[in-house]
Ligand binder design. Structure first.
Ligand code: ARG
Length: 487
């Protein structure tokens, strides 16, 4: 029997046995003190539990081994199959039937796994899955999504009031590049469905073209065109701004479809575009208060004493940066939700960025800067190397999901067609693909790279989601057969 000093079953058994010892000798010793004399024998062959008779020696005026002998003689209890004296100890061999019933009762009451994991539970905001619009979503994005979703669920399971947010990057050079290509070079008409994924392919095409024309006489024109687009977007008017509004929705739709597929919900979507103007305003105010300095036309904070360089917040042309938005966003999160803890799940390449942002917040006197945490994680690679949506060597998420679900159907589910409805087959394929990706993504330490390998992740044995689902299904089936309620 496997149990230890910390589990409830041990407590229950040792207390009941302590009561029996107490009744047998009619001692004055407190049950609590008798309980403390129970130990786990070093070798299970000696027994499941042992009672050291020392404390009784004085009162009974007998040597402990004699007491052990006396106790062993007719120790009767449903819990005990047999007992044996061994020196000053009385070793108990427990009765598996009664003990198993106790274990089952505890599990079925739902108490067995209720452990206090988090003692203090400050209201927490967790930001995760912050893909950029106008780019394709790929399997790498799934690591962040699965990791963040697991954390949110874990926090909520532990009773922590948790707000889940996302922060898509819907502004910036990547958007300008995509729209530039769309207007000036694209010849295709947007497809009926999955426009967001198509838009992502334009972003890749834009990069390829810009790369190709680098060093040619087109380079300078391209640069000027991109700058003009960015200005139009910031000014919020003009044809590019209109196109931005329309295409941004396509990307958001794509994100939403992935979130639906993965059963992920956010309480609040923050957008980079939403933070642009307010963040510039806040930083301008800090500058006027003397909290920021001007250096070569740019406004920012010198963090050299903290080995974090100079953090620019307003460029000399008056525009903001990524850090500018994060300074404002951090404050907004605390204010909007009254949280006490602010967690960002963002890949480890951004560790320096967050160090800078948190330091700036601390130095401008934002007391909750200490409650901001960056939880980094490493990249996902394919079996043949790293992915980059800029270069286009990615597995688009929608293709991946289709490939996985098709493989699951052909390898595992086709044989049930006819017995099962088509709808059940689809549903099951979705559940297995979901489990495979989610488990594959969170099973690895977050500071280690993951190599995504669909065939490995879909295996029915070993460290895979499908294996866990199989075990879970088997256990449910056993519970059903036992006639116990299965919830
Ligand atoms: N959209 C950004 C990127 O793709 C990540 C945003 C992370 N969150 C934040 N608050 N900075 O790199």
């Amino acid at each position: 029997m496997q149990f230890n000093y910390h589990n409830k079953l041990y407590f229950q058994l040792a207390t009941q046995l302590a009561e029996l010892v107490s009744q047998k000798f009619d001692t004055q010793v407190e049950i609590g003190d008798l309980y403390k004399l129970f130990v786990l024998p070093p070798n299970p062959k000696q027994g499941d539990l042992a009672f050291g008779c020392f404390i009784l020696a004085k009162q009974l005026k007998q040597a402990p081994p004699a007491i052990a002998q006396a106790l062993a003689q007719d120790f009767k209890s449903d819990l005990v199959k047999s007992s044996q004296a061994a020196g000053p100890y009385l070793n108990f061999f427990l009765n598996p039937e009664t003990c198993n019933q106790l274990i089952l009762d505890e599990i079925l009451s739902g108490e067995a796994f209720k452990k206090e994991i988090i003692k203090e539970a400050p209201k927490t905001i967790i930001e995760y899955s912050q893909p950029n619009t106008h780019k394709e979503l790929h399997v790498g994005h799934m690591r962040n999504l699965c990791y963040g979703n697991a954390l949110v669920r874990l926090y909520r399971y532990c009773g922590v009031d948790t707000i889940a947010t996302t922060f898509p990057g819907d502004m910036g050079t990547h958007v300008a590049k995509c729209l530039w290509y769309y207007k000036k070079h694209n010849t295709q008409t947007p497809p009926e469905n999955r426009k967001g994924a198509w838009l992502g392919t334009l972003y890749t095409a834009a990069n390829n073209l810009l790369e190709e024309q680098r060093g040619s006489d087109k380079e300078e024109t391209n640069r000027q065109e991109l700058t003009a687009i960015l200005h139009e977007l910031l000014a919020e008017k003009g044809e590019y701004f209109e196109l931005w509004k329309e295409t941004r929705e396509w990307s958001i739709e794509l994100m939403q479809s992935v979130y639906d597929w993965a059963d992920v919900k956010f309480d609040r979507w923050f957008f980079e575009s939403e933070m642009d103007a307010p963040s510039l305003k806040i930083c301008q105010e800090y500058y006027e208060k003397g909290l920021l300095v001007k250096d070569q036309g740019a406004i920012g904070m010198n963090l050299e004493d903290d080995k974090l360089g100079f953090c620019i917040l307003i460029k000399s042309d008056g525009t903001g940066l990524y850090s500018t938005k994060d300074v404002a966003l951090a404050k907004k999160k605390f204010e909007e939700f009254g949280v006490e803890k602010n967690i960002y799940i963002v890949d480890s390449r951004q560790a320096f960025h967050f160090k800078q942002v948190f330091k700036v917040l601390e130095k401008i006197g934002f007391s909750q800067a200490k409650d901001c945490y960056h939880m980094p994680y490493e990249m996902v690679e394919l079996t043949d190397g790293a992915m980059s949506s800029r270069k286009g060597n990615i597995i688009a998420l929608s293709d991946l999901v289709n490939q996985m679900e098709n493989k699951i159907k052909s390898d595992y589910l086709e044989k049930y067609r006819g017995d099962w409805s088509d709808e059940d087959i689809e549903k099951t394929a979705h559940m297995i693909a979901n489990g495979a990706i989610k488990y594959g993504m969170v099973r690895m330490d977050n500071n280690r790279k993951i190599v995504f390998d669909m065939n490995e992740w879909l295996k029915l044995d070993g460290e895979t989601g499908p294996y866990l689902q199989y075990v879970c299904a088997r256990i449910s089936s056993l519970i059903n057969k036992s006639g116990q309620p299965s919830d």
